[in-house]
Design a binder for this molecule. Structure first.
Ligand code: ADP
Ligand code: MG
Length: 248
C-alpha cells in the first residue's frame, strides 16, 4: 500500500494540525501534523522523550493543546473535556498499563465501560475471545497477573468502550519477545477482523512498522518522516537509528 497514492483527507478519522503542547517551559510538541484514516493501524515511533506519549495524551485532552487542532470524525475536539472525548469512543491504553491491581480482571474490564454508553456484553465476549487468558482469570486480581496478561487486560479494558479509535502507548514495553509478539498479533487481529482503527505508540520500531499500514517518526517534538510501514522499514536512516540490533 502506498501512502502517497491516497488522497490526504479521504476517510480521515483523526486529523491533527500544527499541534503544540508544553509542560511549563518545556515544549513537548512543536507543531505536529498527523492523520489516522478509518481502518488503519498507524505507528508512531521515536526515541524515549520524543513526545509520543504527550501526543497521545493531548489527543485525550490532558494535557491540553497550547495551539493547533485535533479533529475527530469531522469535529474539532481540541478543547473538549476528557470524558467527552471518551464518549466519542476514543479509548486509550496508557503507558505502563495502569490496571487496578486490587480489582479482579472482570472489574478492571468493566471500568472500561464507565464513559462508554454503547458497550455491551458483546464487547466483553470480543475481549475474552481475543485474550482467552483473561477468560480463565476473570476472578483473579489484576495485580497478580503476569506482565503480558496485564497488558492484555489494559488493551481489553480500552476495547470495552467499543472504540472507534484505539490508542495504545507502548504495549510491548517490558515484555519478553514472545509475549510482545502475541500482543502485536492481537492488535493485527482486532484490526483485520473488527476493523478497529489503531494509533500505536511504540519504541519497538521493527514490530510496530511491520504491523502498521503507515508510520510517523517523531524526534524531539516534531514529525521527521512519514510513509507506509514497509517504506519506513526499508529506509537506511530508520534502520540505523531504530532497528540495528533491534528485536527481530
Ligand atoms: N508531566 C510532565 N511534566 C514535565 N515534562 C514532561 C512531562 N511529561 C513529559 N515531559 C517531557 O516532555 C517530553 C516528551 O515526553 P514524552 O511525551 O513522555 O515522550 P515519549 O513518550 O516519546 O518518551 C520529554 O522531554 C519529557 O521529559
Ligand atoms: Mg512515552
Amino acid at each position: 500500500m502506498s501512502a502517497a497514492a491516497q488522497p490526504a483527507a479521504a476517510g480521515a478519522l483523526l486529523s491533527i494540525k500544527g499541534l503544540r503542547t508544553a509542560y511549563g517551559k518545556i515544549i513537548a510538541l512543536k507543531g505536529i501534523d498527523l492523520e489516522v484514516r478509518e481502518g488503519e493501524i498507524v505507528a508512531l515511533i521515536g526515541a524515549n522523550g520524543a513526545g509520543k506519549s504527550t501526543l497521545m495524551m493531548t489527543i485525550f485532552g490532558n494535557p491540553r493543546a497550547q495551539s493547533g487542532r485535533i479533529v475527530f470524525d469531522g469535529e474539532d475536539i481540541t478543547q473538549i473535556a476528557t470524558h467527552d472525548i471518551a464518549r466519542r469512543r476514543i479509548a486509550q491504553s496508557p503507558e505502563g498499563r495502569r490496571i487496578f491491581p486490587r480489582m479482579s480482571v472482570l472489574e478492571n474490564l468493566k471500568m472500561g465501560t464507565v464513559a462508554a454508553p454503547r458497550s455491551s456484553d458483546r464487547d466483553l465476549e470480543r475481549v475474552l475471545n481475543l485474550f482467552p487468558r483473561l477468560r480463565e482469570r476473570l476472578t483473579q486480581r489484576g495485580g497478580t497477573l503476569s506482565g503480558g496478561e496485564q497488558q492484555m487486560l489494559a488493551i481489553g479494558r480500552a476495547l470495552m468502550a467499543h472504540p472507534r479509535l484505539l490508542m495504545l502507548d507502548e504495549p510491548s514495553l517490558g515484555l519478553a519477545p514472545l509475549v510482545a509478539r502475541q500482543i502485536f498479533e492481537a492488535i493485527r487481529e482486532l484490526n483485520r477482523t473488527d476493523g478497529v482503527t489503531v494509533l500505536l505508540v511504540e519504541q519497538n520500531a521493527f514490530h510496530a512498522l511491520k504491523l502498521a499500514h503507515r508510520g510517523y517518526v517523531m524526534v524531539n517534538g516534531l514529525i521527521t518522516m512519514t510513509g507506509s510501514g514497509h517504506e519506513l522499514l526499508e529506509r537506511p536512516e530508520i534502520r540505523a537509528a531504530y532497528l540495528e540490533g533491534g528485536r527481530h
